[in-house]
Each structure stands twice: as C-alpha cells, then as structure tokens.
Design a binder for this molecule. Structure first.
Ligand code: DMJ
Length: 446
C-alpha cells in the first residue's frame, strides 16, 4: 500500500513542461532517430529480417530471410519523405524477397508485417511488383484456413501449404481481415476476404453468453482451451479488427461484432482501481475476476476506444497507461495494477502506448498528448539507443538492454511518434485505417 501511495505521488509529480512542445523540432528528431536505426540495419543486417543491435549482427526468424525490417519499414520511410532510402529498400524487396521457401511461418505475424507492409507500400507507390508479391504471399497463406472450423492453423508452410498447430488464440484467428480484405479489393478476388471473414465469424460464434472470448482455442474442434478473457496479448487485435473491419470495408457484421464486444468489455472487464481506470481479466463464462493484469500490449486500447468515439474512456485509460510508463521511466510488458507491481519487466520497443497518444491527439488536439509523446521519445533515446540502432530492454527497472530491434520499432513505434509531431496533412487520417502493425490501408471514402 505504501508503495502504491508513493507511486501515485511520484506520478502526480511528473513535471509538465511550461514550454509548448515544438512539433516541427520533434518530428525532425524522430526522423533522425529513424535514420539512425535504419542505418544500423543497413550496416549490420542488410538483406536479413532484423538487426541484433548489441552484437551488431542479424537474425532471420525462419533461418531464411523474409526481409521483415525493410518490408515493415518501407511505408514509414515514404511517410517521412525519405525517398532515397525508400527506393533502396524497395529495390531490395523486389530483387530479393521470395516466398517460394520451404519454411513453416506464423500466419498472423507474416500477415500483419509482410502482407500489410507490401499492401500499404503498393498503395503509396503504385508499384505493381509490390502487389504481385502480396498476392503471391496471400495465396501461399490460404491453406492455413483449411481446418474443420475455418479458423486458421497457427503455421503454414509457404512452399507445400502444410498447415499445423491447432492451438491458437483470438488474435491469431481474428487479425487477418484488413490485409486479406485489402488484397481481395486490389486483386478483385474475393477468396482472401471470405476466408478471413469466416474465421472471424467462427470465433465470434464461440463467444460466451457474456459476449467474451478466451485466451486459447483449438481451431480443429472449436473448443476453448483457456477461458481467461482480457484485452491483452493473444486477444488484443481480435477486437481491434472488428472495429477496423467495419470502418475499412463498411462491413455491417463486423460493426455488430464490435458493438457487442465493446459492451461486454465495458461491462465485465473495465475496472476502477486506486491506480486508475483499467481493463482486467475475468473468466469468459462466469465473469469472475481472475487477475488485475495490464501491460504494454494492452495500451492499444485507448486508440480503439477513441476510434470508436468513446473519448472519455480512451483518455482515462491512456492516463493510466502513462502512469505505467512513468513508474519506471519505460513501461514494462506486464503489471498488476492493484499495486503497480512489475510482473514482466521487459520492454521490446513496443508502440501501443504511443499509437494511443497519436489517436488521442488527433481527436482532441490536447497538447497533453504531445507532452506524453515527448516523454516516450526522450525515454526511448535515453534508455534504448545504441551506437548502431535501438535495443529492447530486458528489464525496465535496471534498464538492461537486450540484443533485439524488432521490425515493428520502425513500422510502428517511430511511425506513430513521427505522425504525432508531423504536420497534420502528412497523412489523411480519415482516408486510411492502420493495420495492427501500423500499415495504413486506404479506405473507400470520398
Ligand atoms: C506488433 O507486431 C503488432 O502491433 C501486434 O498487434 C502486437 N505486437 C507487436 C507490437 O507490440
């Protein structure tokens, strides 16, 4: 209790600068740091998936390169106006990226990073070779959906189409429709949208009478394996895609799913605690509270609430998240919000809390969110910058670094920071929907 009181006092005492944030100067700083990280990738990991910033080496997720970082980073470069770097990255992708590989990949990760990145870069450049790569990838991923329920297996072999791993979760089942649906729209082939929509509907049909889903599901039998219901990792973007599917495609069923889901989340998971407003964890069948855990991944939710029009809850939740960040100077991956105890001290350079600040600034124009963004950026530079890139933290309390610069740092973390500070017309917010990896996909709006 003493610890909680102390933390609350410290949090109130976080200084708010008397000077307004200089947006242009901040945008220039973010862009410079993006280049610093990208040049680290270029120097030590060119042609591979991700930079290892401490050992100055590289990693390929599946033993063969799928160019995770260049594909994830390309639209950020285009948004930042880094045209020469973007051209070089695009040439690498076109010359070297091949999906004709005998490797079993995670459908979810490859969809949100590679399919999403290729599609948004195609929409920005109009280069048909990017769409061709996206279509090839989407076709190779389709066998993942060949389960008895239509919910995808976790992994699929890009060459043979062999799909495996039936123990999945709502995020992996339900975070595909923005990318697959956009691919359908651009290729005029409905098969991609239809498969992803069916998977979503099958999952939604298995919600409890409270309207909640659990943490793990068997895609062969459709039976729940873990009944823990929350908005964090493993479930998070299932909700995000219900809302965004309704906005990107004007899809009425997705809109209904979101309406029912958000009602259930606000009724069963929303939680008032001494440390703020949160969404916790309950049993999906009984609604009984099972944990008071929240983490860096959950911090996407203020953005969803804001996008749905619920600014009140969005602002309160982002304030709680900001407290979670400030307690250690960087947010941990998981806390118990009853006493703010750190349960998982890692920080893998995640974007979600920044994404939410960007959405909230867009909707409210409240300079508080610029201040927040500046805090996030300054702390990132202070604790995560290395000689040749940026490193995740293995522990936010000790600030010990880890040898990893995930591709989403360039796709999301720095993109959302840049967009927060860049001129409002840098990207027309109403004309795009960001996939869960921050790849903006064009809406059909006039
Ligand atoms: C990203 O790959 C995506 O944002 C995903 O939805 C969640 N995990 C990471 C970022 O934290």
């Amino acid at each position: 209790m003493k610890r909680l009181l102390l933390l609350l006092l410290l949090r109130v005492a976080v200084p708010i600068s008397a000077q307004p944030v200089d947006r242009a100067a901040m945008a220039a700083r973010v862009k410079a740091e993006f280049l610093h990280a990208w040049h680290g990738y270029e120097k030590y990991a060119w042609g591979h998936d991700e930079l290892r910033p401490l050992s100055k080496s590289w990693v390929d997720w599946y033993g063969q390169p799928l160019l995770m970082t260049p594909v994830d980073a390309l639209d950020t470069m285009l948004i930042m106006g880094l045209n020469d770097d973007a051209e070089k990255a695009k040439n690498l992708i076109i010359e070297k990226l091949s999906f004709d590989r005998d490797i079993s990949v995670k459908n979810f990760e490859v969809t949100i990073r590679l399919l999403g990145g290729l599609l948004s870069s195609y929409e920005m450049t109009g280069d048909p070779r990017l769409l061709h790569l996206a279509e090839d990838l989407g076709t190779r991923l389709l066998p993942a959906f060949d389960s008895p329920t239509g919910m995808p297996y976790v992994c699929v072999n890009l060459k043979t189409g062999a799909a495996d791993d039936e123990l999945s979760n709502p995020a992996e089942v339900g975070t595909l429709i923005l990318e697959f649906g956009t691919l359908s729209r651009l290729t005029h082939n409905p098969v991609y949208f239809d498969k992803a929509k069916r998977a979503m509907e099958q999952l939604y049909a298995r919600r409890s009478r409270l309207g909640l889903v659990g943490d793990e599901i068997d895609v062969r039998t459709g039976a729940w394996v873990d009944r823990a219901s929350h908005i964090g990792g493993g479930i998070d973007s299932y909700y995000e895609y219900q809302l965004k599917c309704s906005k990107l495609f004007g899809d009425p069923e997705c809109a209904t799913m979101w309406d029912h889901s958000i009602h259930a989340l606000n009724s069963c998971l929303a939680d008032e605690a001494a440390s703020g407003f949160w969404y916790g964890e309950v049993d999906m069948q009984t609604g009984k509270r099972t944990a008071a855990e929240f983490g860096a991944l959950n911090a996407y939710f203020p953005a969803e609430l804001a996008l749905s029009g619920d600014l009140h809850r969005a602002e309160r939740l982002e304030q709680s998240c900001f407290g979670m960040w400030n307690d250690n100077g960087v947010e941990p991956d998981l806390i118990d919000y009853r006493d703010m105890e750190v349960l998982d001290p890692a920080y893998p350079l995640r974007p979600e809390i920044i994404e939410s600040a960007y959405y909230l600034y867009h909707y409210t124009k409240d300079p508080r969110y610029l201040e927040m963004g500046k805090t996030f950026f300054d702390d990132l530079v202070r604790y995560c910058r290395t000689d040749d890139g940026y490193a995740a933290l293995s522990n936010v309390i000790t600030k010990k670094k880890a040898d990893l610069m995930p591709s989403f740092f360039l796709a999301e973390t720095l993109k959302y920071l840049y967009l927060l500070f860049a001129p409002d017309n840098t990207l027309d917010f109403h004309r795009v929907i960001f996939n869960t990896e921050a790849h903006p996909l064009k809406r059909d709006v006039h």
